[in-house]
Design a protein around this ligand. Structure first.
Ligand code: 13P
Length: 346
């Protein structure tokens, strides 16, 4: 950011702050076409552009969503789509007081020479794509790197290459006036213990922040989106909510600079209620001590209960929207340390 004008710097800082103000958080609705189709397949929802459009229309027209959601991350297909009546989704989002964001990586691909590992692609032509999105009214972006855990992995090659790509993406975003959401995700799949997840997450975050420094990314104008420190999905020992909160903060306090305004967690396949419970515990135990906001950027943990209800049917739209509104509010409550479970609503 050294060549940038003060105006751009201030704009980035303001956007980053606004994205976590008022105990609100981010809603990720940026599933790629294939991921969205996979989710639809489970319910027998037709895997067509029209059904993806209808699902996204349901989400962006949910009334009151902006009470809990500050920013929505879209996918390229979605940002160009409109409501049935022709109103562009991006107009609806902006008019409702939500800041539009965009996923700009083009996916995690098999990494050459690194069996079982992936490298996220999308740097080629990124400057021009960012300029187009900025023109459309987008104010932040997302790039996700995935780090798998198994025997002998992650490798340094995978961690370094992904951290480097994240930092180059982040620098390009700031040049374009967009806040980069920098997302290294250590996956939950595996038998590993929570301690191993903590070690790998710390190694990944240290490498990412090294690279962000080398690429001159302004920390005050970015957001870190990362995983909670969790035991592997098939690990026999599953820690309590409070233990997860403690392990996560122990890792983050050692690795994330205080200049970063916010950490927004991904849900990564946790159930909606567990993700809220864990975020709630982190805020109860650490909100007053942590230098950054502890927020959310959930995809499945906000959308899943609504998708369960919708199932592709017009008659279910209103009930699905209520479920979506409810999950978003649960997570705002969790940011306040005031989430008190499900009370039988969803
Ligand atoms: P999940 O909360 O479903 O993990 O999605 C968040 C996200 O945006 C992953 O990139």
């Amino acid at each position: 950011m050294q060549n940038d004008s003060g105006t751009n710097v201030q704009k980035l800082i303001n956007t980053a702050k606004t994205l976590v103000a008022g105990d609100k958080g981010l809603l990720a609705l940026d599933e790629s076409i294939s991921t969205c189709n996979k989710r639809f397949a489970k319910y027998g929802i037709p895997q067509t552009e029209e059904f993806r459009r209808a699902w996204r229309e349901l989400i962006v027209t949910t009334s009151g969503l902006s009470e809990s959601i500050s920013g929505a991350i879209l996918f390229d297909e979605t940002i160009r789509q409109t409501k049935k009546d022709g109103t562009p989704f991006i107009t609806i989002i902006i008019d409702s007081g939500i800041i539009p964001g965009i996923k700009v990586d083009i996916g995690a691909k098999e990494m050459a020479g690194h069996p079982g590992e992936k490298i996220t692609e999308g740097l080629d032509g990124l400057r021009a794509r960012l300029a187009e999105y900025a023109q459309m009214g987008v104010r932040f972006a997302k790039w996700r790197a995935v780090i798998a855990m198994d025997d002998g992995i992650p490798s340094w090659g995978c961690i370094n290459a992904n951290a480097h790509a994240l930092a180059r993406y982040a620098a390009l975003c700031q040049e374009a006036g967009l806040v980069p959401v920098v997302e290294p995700e250590v996956l939950m799949k595996g038998v590993h213990a929570i301690e191993q997840c903590g070690e790998v997450t710390a190694k990944v975050l240290r490498t990412v922040f090294d690279q962000l420094y080398i690429q001159r990314v302004m920390l005050e104008g970015m957001i870190l989106k990362t995983n909670m420190v969790l035991p592997g999905l098939t690990c026999p020992k599953q820690e309590t909510v409070n233990d997860v909160a403690d392990a996560t903060l122990q890792c983050l306090l050692q690795t994330v600079p205080a200049a970063v305004p916010a950490i927004t967690f991904l849900s990564g396949g946790q159930s909606a209620s567990l993700a809220s419970d864990r975020l709630n515990a982190m805020n109860i135990r650490f909100k007053s001590r942590a230098p950054w906001a502890l927020s959310f950027s959930f995809g499945r943990a906000i959308q899943q209960p609504a998708l369960d209800i919708w199932q592709g049917r017009e008659a279910n739209v209103s009930a699905a929207q209520q479920a979506l509104y409810h999950r978003a509010k649960c997570n705002r409550d969790a940011r306040r340390g005031k989430y008190d479970g499900e009370k039988g609503v969803v």
